[in-house]
Design a binder for this molecule. Structure first.
Ligand code: G6Q
Length: 547
């Protein structure tokens, strides 16, 4: 099956959208003109309610966006994605994170072989291992139960497990799970400072097992452990997740302590695989599997729901609309729960690494804007920080507001206050505040004349700021799995429409090569061939280092 390579600007829908962009109305007008707008632009699915009516679209724009998805070959592309075709063409690989959460009876073939039985075998291994660490039957080298787990990995081998472990902290057991990612030795030491070698399990996660940061950190952690407990302790205290079995063997981790993964899973989409071992350790295998179940439910929704009611399709098309037609550079993600405080960072990798591309699938430079910048922080904290720019700044920033109807600790008073802010903000961003309202407010406070008039322009809010509200019943492993999978499919749809390859990351690979050249020069008297600025910085660094 071939993956479409259609230049979106050649489609009829692209032309219509360009015209429609010039004739938009404000959100306030759209709502005033159509009583049914809220229902018309909402999707209810399982525990999710997605209201996208506060976006700069009307029925014609929505129809044209769906037309664009169809003309871009989304249906064929989706079949190729779920079907295990090599859609990551620049690396010659399938993209099958969906297979990791498929039902046991699914049949998903890579080069003719059904990969699902192997997925379940690894899942069984994760279950048995994490259970034995949690219940204490798996002992440390000194015969004690483990108290701490340190995940050593970076990028996709860190962000997913770290984000989920934080997000599901409510469901956590007694194990303390730490994340060591940066090659910064200060980060390494700060983590080691918190743990006791006798009761700490290290999970080294690296798909390639060649990543400088992870190997350096794992080597330092191993030395720290050996210094405390002796060489023989390594086997009991280190396990690894990787595709590179030979390199793990060379590192000294025994083969029964290796959790395999496949090259058809991209790092940033790998939390559902053995890369999620630290998640299973933190919350237990049942919750880990519920996370996968939730993702699988979203997969089924994305695969089968018609485009008009398909959450990832609609959200992706809105992003395409804002990015390629309305000039938005970024998109904010504001979760109204502290548990999701790492979600924006996680999505930054998923979205920006996947769709930060400027060459299309035909190898040509694109003539339109692609991948947007993603950022955010939880509400209400962010309200007291960057919301000023969202309300009164000059930028167009479409925002996702993610909130949960029921809190976990059931502290209703707090939750009501949190959610009151959640709803009030999107309403205010849309409605703004008119001059008349400002005048009324100021005179009610006793101001009049010049004193009042002087303040009016500063207190006006134009409104018309777009938001999408994702109201979810409760933060559970299942709903979180569905939420993350929703963003994964949103990334896919955007990439298809933009005609770019979403599943390679040459910009990241570049970073992996660059540092080694300079590192080798640190001990030399003279640095190699660098531009004058870099050469000057290196000289200065060497001088300070010695002082
Ligand atoms: C993810 C990226 C990247 C990768 C890290 C770690 O999609 O490719 O973030 O996950 O560079 O790579 P390893 O798992 O191979 O150490």
């Amino acid at each position: 099956m071939s993956f479409p390579k259609i230049n979106p600007t050649t489609t009829n829908s692209w032309k219509s959208l360009t015209e429609l962009a010039a004739h938009r109305k404000t959100l306030q007008t759209y709502f005033a003109e159509d009583d049914s707008r809220a229902e018309q632009f909402s999707i209810a699915w399982e525990q999710f309610f997605v209201d996208y009516s506060k976006n700069h679209i009307d029925k014609n724009i929505k129809d044209a966006l769906i037309g664009l998805a169809k003309e871009s070959g989304l249906e064929a592309a989706r079949k190729a994605y779920f079907g295990g075709d090599s859609i990551n063409q620049t690396e010659g690989r399938a993209v099958l994170h969906t297979a990791l959460r498929a039902k046991a009876n699914a049949d998903i073939r890579v080069e003719g072989e059904n990969v699902v039985p192997e997925v379940y075998k690894v899942r069984e291994k994760i279950r048995a291992f994490s259970q034995s660490v949690i219940d204490g039957s798996r002992k440390s080298s000194s015969g004690e139960a483990f108290t701490d787990v340190v995940n050593i990995g970076i990028g996709g081998s860190d962000l997913g497990p770290a984000m989920i472990t934080e997000a599901l902290a409510y469901y956590k057991n007694h194990l303390n799970v730490h994340f060591m990612s940066n090659v910064d030795g200060d980060h390494v030491m700060e983590v080691l400072k918190k743990v006791n070698p006798a009761t700490t399990l290290f999970v080294v996660v690296s798909k390639t097992f060649t990543t400088q940061e992870t190997l350096s950190n794992a080597t330092t952690a191993k030395k720290w452990l050996v210094d405390a407990l002796g060489e023989d302790a390594v086997g009991d205290h280190f396990v690894a997740v990787s595709t590179n079995i030979t390199a793990i063997d060379a590192f000294g981790i025994q083969s029964e302590n290796v959790f395999p993964m496949n090259d058809w899973v991209g790092g940033r989409f790998s939390l559902w695989s053995a890369v999620g071992l630290s998640i299973a350790l933190a919350i237990g295998p049942n919750h880990f599997e519920a996370l996968l179940e939730g993702a699988n439910a979203m997969d089924a929704h994305f695969e089968t729901a018609k485009m008009e009611e398909n959450i990832p399709v609609i959200l992706a098309l809105l992003t395409v609309w804002y990015t390629s037609f309305l000039g938005a550079q970024s998109e904010a993600v504001i979760p109204y729960t502290q548990y999701l405080h790492r979600l924006p960072a996680y999505l930054q990798q998923g979205i920006m690494e996947s769709n930060g591309k400027s060459v299309d699938r035909n190898g040509k430079s694109v003539s339109y804007q692609t991948g947007n910048i993603v950022w955010g922080e939880p509400g209400t904290n962010s309200q007291h920080a960057f919301f000023q720019l969202m309300h009164q700044g000059t930028k167009l920033i479409p925002a996702h507001f993610i909130g949960f109807a029921k809190s976990l600790h059931r502290n209703q008073d707090h939750h009501d206050k949190l959610m009151a802010n959640f709803f009030a903000q999107t309403e205010a961003l849309m409605n703004g505040k008119t001059e008349t309202q400002v005048r009324e407010e100021l005179s009610a406070k006793g101001l009049s004349g010049d004193a009042l008039e002087h303040l009016v322009p500063f207190k006006v809010f134009t409104g018309n700021k777009p938001t999408t509200t994702l109201l979810i019943e409760q933060l559970t492993p299942k709903t979180l799995g569905a939420l993350v999978a929703m963003y994964e499919h949103k990334i896919f749809v955007e990439g298809v429409v933009w005609n770019i390859f979403s599943y390679d990351q040459w910009g990241v690979e570049l970073g992996k090569q660059l540092a080694s050249v300079i590192l080798d020069e640190f001990d030399l008297e003279n640095s190699g061939n660098h531009d004058p600025s870099t050469a000057q910085l290196l000289r200065h660094f060497k001088k300070l280092k010695k002082s």
